[in-house]
Design a binder for this molecule. Structure first.
Ligand SMILES: NC(=O)c1ccc[n+]([C@@H]2O[C@H](COP(=O)([O-])OP(=O)(O)OC[C@H]3O[C@@H](n4cnc5c(N)ncnc54)[C@H](O)[C@@H]3O)[C@@H](O)[C@H]2O)c1
Ligand SMILES: [Zn+2]
Length: 359
């Protein structure tokens, strides 16, 4: 698989496809500090033996709590006590949680140190590894602190996804579906066609993953700081974040996004923006990708409260949604959170439960 180069405000960085944990076989080099997902460290104790025996290793149990600001003193103290200096490199191995922690530390420790990323979840490989964002939680508020801090390099291998849980795999597929629909009708149709084989055909998965990064690269190179073109990447996310919040994060991010994409499509159809036939064409893939989570109880009060609080809103009486006219033609719009909208959401969750029960 060909490398991908991404332009950022800090210069270019490369996504290199290759062997699992390439570059870590011989252990950590002088001045490298490893931050690793505890589960990954256990599963890959063999291939990572030398790196794990290195001088500076921080094992992190991936959870939303782990990326809370309240936990950062421990991380910073660990790195300082392990001799971090300017010019040293943080090496992150794990999913989005370890990425967010490492990127935030890289931005702030000693006013900035470089970092490198070996993403091990599909979500991190196909989506979050490029784009520079770090997001950290504070108190009960998710992703409210952050920076734009791209890594120096990303090294990934789909081989490590074999040990990922099936819902976590589908979470990553949810983000891949999102970006393919943003890519246009050909990309949307390609992923709908390939969807049934993505989990069993590693080559197809790798190709789809690379295409996802390519489409995202197009947007972040135009608008790294999320002011204009990149905003369509929030497709499915206003609904998705509200679902995560209203279910106490019982639904993995990319699966909440999958439900959010379905809601955004149906809502766009209701507003006579998206053709009903196109909406129906994309729906089987979305329903398949959210399966098992349709019945997760969504408290509508919490759902509407979360929509009213979304950080991208202008006022509490409206919410900003990415709406769709057709694949490749999406735009951001503020919509009133009125009775008509609430009836749409209520109806959506009712029919979802009914559809699941009928299966
Ligand atoms: N910075 C960004 O641009 C960005 C974008 C999207 C999401 N995020 C954040 O990323 C987080 C979600 O990331 P994620 O979905 O990668 O989840 P994660 O990092 O929580 O990992 C999910 C689970 O998979 C396990 N795991 C990781 N790699 C594995 C492997 N190879 N085999 C087996 N198990 C493995 C982890 O231990 C964890 O239990 C959220 O906090 C979200 O806010 C950040
Ligand atoms: Zn997302």
């Amino acid at each position: 698989m060909r490398d991908l180069t991404v332009r950022s405000h800090r210069g270019e960085y490369r996504v290199i496809f290759g062997r699992p944990f390439a570059g870590l076989e011989d252990g950590l080099k002088d001045g490298e500090h490893l931050l690793i997902d505890e589960r990954v460290a256990g599963l890959y104790a063999g291939p990572l033996a030398k790196a794990l025996a290195g001088r500076s290793v921080l094992r992190i149990k991936a959870s939303e709590d782990a990326k809370s600001l309240e936990r950062f003193p421990d991380y910073a103290v660990h790195l300082i006590e392990h001799g971090i200096k300017r010019g040293h490199t943080l090496v992150a191995v794990g999913g989005g949680v370890v990425q967010d922690i490492t990127a935030f530390l890289a931005a702030t420790l000693l006013r900035g140190v470089p970092w490198r990323f070996h993403p091990t979840t599909l979500l991190a490989q196909a989506d979050s590894c490029i784009g520079s964002k770090s997001s950290v939680n504070v108190g009960p508020h998710k992703n409210q602190l952050g920076t734009f801090t791209p890594p120096e390099e990303i090294r990934l291998s789909v081989e490590v996804l074999k040990t990922l849980s099936e819902p976590d795999l589908r979470s990553g597929i949810g983000e891949m579906i999102k970006v393919h629909i943003i890519g246009g009708l050909d990309d949307a149709r390609a992923i709908a066609r390939d969807y049934p084989r993505l989990q069993t055909d590693p080559e197809l998965l790798a190709g789809t993953l690379r295409r996802s990064l390519e489409i995202k690269k197009g947007l972040i190179e135009l608008d790294e700081f999320d002011r204009k073109e990149r905003l369509v990447m929030n497709y499915g996310h206003t609904f998705g974040h509200a679902i995560e919040s209203a279910t106490g994060y019982a639904v993995p991010h990319g699966i909440a996004v999958t439900i959010g994409l379905d809601m955004a499509n149906l809502y766009s159809t209701r507003l006579r923006l998206l053709d009903a036939a196109l909406c129906a064409e994309l729906r089987p893939m979305l329903l398949a990708n959210m399966r098992g989570f349709e019945r997760t109880p969504v408290s509508l009060d919490l759902f509407f409260a979360a929509l009213a609080k979304d950080k991208k809103n202008v006022t509490a009486a409206t919410a900003r949604f990415v709406l769709i006219r057709k694949p490749g033609d999406l735009f951001l719009e503020s919509r009133p959170l009125d009775e008509d909208f609430k009836a749409f959401c209520r109806g959506y969750f009712d029919t979802l439960k009914a559809a699941e029960a009928a299966r």
